[in-house]
Design a protein around this ligand. Structure first.
Ligand code: SAM
Length: 265
């Protein structure tokens, strides 16, 4: 794999490569595998949580396409794996445009080698905490038409970003056309089941000492980041397995999922 000017940190495990390992991928190093194996001793269902998150991502992308949103800005897109956004989107809308953005060099290099030659998919090495620089990157600005709705995906990433998520996402919302969508999944121990809350907190501990420390948020904080209750697409903020249809047989993940829509509130 060609990294060009991208230099992965081989000394510290991080979320992108641990997640890749949990999903059975090959874009990870010994330090990531050791950290993920340690994490699994603290929270044994982490791989299943990762798979559930990917299923949520696929349903969110489908929802956007069903509602005439065929441009995607995938923030913290991760190492390519089964069911990438462009693969799902192009299965339904061959002209869909997808701009992937990730801070991790391995994710960016793997993404670029997967989509090289496509006019409809780009991969940008960027930090989502800098909305102006992400939106202004030639690989984003040159691909997405911001006068039309865009789906901004922030799936399983904002719990790795400390600070005020609402202000951060406002930086994207300001640039988006009415009808744009924000899709988010986020870890939280603000759940009714105390056993699940304890599992979620064990998951946070599992990432301690890696380059990707996790930060939980309450339901209210996540709704606020999405722009408020009024903007949420039904059924609102729910356990991600239950979006958009409740799956009572599935155990909880301690991750909430929701979509909000600009101009809908
Ligand atoms: C757990 S993975 C989620 C991948 C994908 N969104 C999914 O849900 O399957 C989190 C990703 O967010 C990326 N990430 C973390 N902080 C970031 C930041 N500040 N800017 C861009 N990407 C970031 C990580 O490198 C990693 O690839």
């Amino acid at each position: 794999m060609a990294y060009d000017d991208l230099v992965p940190d081989l000394e510290r495990a991080n979320a992108a490569r641990m997640y890749d390992y949990l999903l059975g991928g090959a874009h990870n190093f010994a330090v990531d595998r050791e950290a993920a194996d340690r994490a699994l001793t603290r929270r044994a269902d982490l791989a299943e949580v990762a798979r559930a998150n990917r299923r949520f991502l696929a349903r969110a992308v489908r929802w956007c396409l069903d509602h005439d949103v065929d441009q995607f800005l995938d923030l913290g897109s991760g190492v390519p794996t089964v069911g990438n956004v462009h693969e799902i989107a192009h299965g339904y809308a061959p002209g869909a445009r997808i701009a992937y953005v990730d801070i991790e060099p391995v994710a960016v290099a793997a993404g670029r080698s997967l989509v090289s030659g496509s006019d409809l998919v780009t991969v940008t090495h960027g930090d989502l905490r800098q909305p102006d620089s992400v939106l202004g990157a030639p690989t984003v600005a040159g691909l997405l038409d911001l006068t039309r709705p865009v789906a901004v995906l922030a799936v399983a990433v904002l719990h790795f970003v400390p600070g005020d998520r609402t202000a951060l996402l406002d930086g994207y919302r300001r640039a988006l056309a009415p009808g744009s969508v924000l899709a988010l999944s986020h870890g939280s121990d603000d759940v009714d089941d105390p056993e699940l809350a304890a599992r979620v907190r064990a998951g946070v501990e599992a990432y301690r000492g890696t380059a990707s420390e996790a930060h939980l948020r309450t339901r209210a904080e996540i709704v606020d980041a999405l722009g408020g209750e009024d903007r949420l697409v039904p059924p609102g903020l729910v356990e991600l397995e239950d979006w958009p249809v409740p799956q009572s047989a599935r155990p909880g993940t301690g991750m909430f999922g929701a979509l909000s829509r600009l101009g809908a509130g």
